[in-house]
Design a protein around this ligand. Structure first.
Ligand SMILES: NC(=O)C1=CN([C@@H]2O[C@H](COP(=O)(O)OP(=O)(O)OC[C@H]3O[C@@H](n4cnc5c(N)ncnc54)[C@H](OP(=O)(O)O)[C@@H]3O)[C@@H](O)[C@H]2O)C=CC1
Ligand SMILES: Nc1nc(=O)c2c([nH]1)NC[C@@H]1CN(c3ccc(C(=O)N[C@@H](CCC(=O)O)C(=O)O)cc3)C=[N+]21
Ligand SMILES: [Mg+2]
Length: 301
């Protein structure tokens, strides 16, 4: 018996369609257009791919896309100056600074310079603190996309146990927070954890965001568990470049109850949630009613 495939690609298409529909309706009513600004410092090829995808999908969802490409040696004052201009620009409702930033820039200071209302990544301390205390705020896109997919398979998280592998500020920590806010019993593992296989075997839900190909093995997985693979790794397989996650997919799929593929799982949902966050920020900034986009209402199946 094989795991059910969690088709992030089609869920994401459904979320984007919902965003496009609401964005068009709000434009017809108000004449206003949601705008997303993406800031890329330096020329990381992978970041280029994401930034292009974000811009293209924003436009397809009826939004304006503003791309700011800055040289790798950009000074902090110039970057902060741009952030302040974007904060003050009424055409811009969402600001995303692509991470990682070059080492000479203080990513924390840059993120906290973004107006919390426009912080569509949900990385500003104000949004982090609010989500951490269970208040409504902008939720980071990747964990939000994971939660949307998980909710599809688990009506109620109470009584379930989850293991989150990785505790970065952009994925692991907010993921653990959201699961905890939903009354899931949450374990968080990282490089210093010595008993991950044992913890994993207790988990009904495993979310992995470590950046280690093949880390999660079939023997770790409780039969029927839901496995969410956030990892994005570019490797050589049989002499050819391949994109793989952190899960040994071919073996884990025979044990898990449901599993996300890479590509076509968490990645597309991350960008769809970015657009949903931008629409929501636009609504808040213009006194328009914001409706949460739920996968249950956007079921592509
Ligand atoms: N699909 C998507 O939309 C997104 C995908 N990603 C991908 O997700 C992965 C993680 O990203 P990100 O959180 O930014 O990465 P970071 O490198 O910031 O964090 C990785 C985390 O995993 C932990 N870790 C690393 N190796 C191991 C290991 N062998 N066992 C257990 N824990 C380990 C680290 O522990 P420690 O802190 O102790 O070092 C750290 O907490 C990457 O592959 C990235 O490309 C990221 C963002 C979005
Ligand atoms: N400020 C900031 N916010 C981010 O959200 C952010 C970031 N910085 N830095 C980098 C990571 C990574 N990330 C991904 C988004 C989409 C895919 C995605 O769509 N992946 C496709 C494959 C794309 C491909 O072929 O490369 C998939 O998994 O199917 C992957 C990874 C967002 N991140
Ligand atoms: Mg994100």
């Amino acid at each position: 018996m094989g795991a059910q495939l969690i088709d992030g690609k089609s869920y994401a298409a459904a979320v984007r369609a919902g965003v496009a529909q609401r964005s068009a309706a709000l434009h017809a009513r108000t004449g206003l257009t949601p705008g997303l600004a993406v800031v890329l410092v330096g020329q990381d090829p992978a970041s280029e791919v994401y930034v292009r995808a974000k811009g293209k999908q924003a436009v397809e969802a009826g939004m304006r896309s503003f791309e700011h490409r800055l040289p790798a040696d950009t000074q902090a004052d110039d970057l902060l100056g741009l952030i302040h201009r974007l904060n003050d620009d009424p055409q811009v409702h969402g600001i995303l600074v692509q991470l990682p930033l070059p080492a000479h820039l203080d990513a924390r200071a840059v993120i906290n310079a973004i107006s919390p209302a426009k912080d569509v990544d949900g990385f500003h301390i104000s949004n982090v603190g609010m989500v951490g205390t269970g208040q409504d705020a902008i939720v980071p896109c990747t964990p939000l996309g994971c939660m949307m997919m998980l909710r599809h398979h688990h009506a109620d998280f109470r009584g379930l146990t989850a293991l989150v592998i990785g505790h970065s500020n952009i994925v692991g920590k907010p993921m653990a927070r959201l699961l905890l806010n939903a009354d899931c019993t949450v374990m968080v593992a990282h490089k210093s954890s010595t008993n991950i296989p044992e913890l994993a075997r207790m988990a009904d839900i495993v979310v992995v965001a470590a950046g280690v190909p093949g880390l999660v093995r079939a023997e770790w997985i409780k039969p029927g568990a839901t496995v969410i693979d956030v990892g994005i790794n570019r490797i050589q397989r049989d002499g050819k470049p391949a994109l793989v996650g952190d899960v040994d997919f071919e073996n884990v799929r025979h044990v898990a109850g449901a599993i996300t593929p890479v590509p076509g799982g968490v990645g597309p949902m991350t960008i769809a949630c970015l657009l949903a966050n931008t629409l929501s920020a636009f609504c808040h900034q213009n006194g328009l009613e914001d409706q949460p986009l739920l996968l249950d209402e956007q079921d592509p199946t």
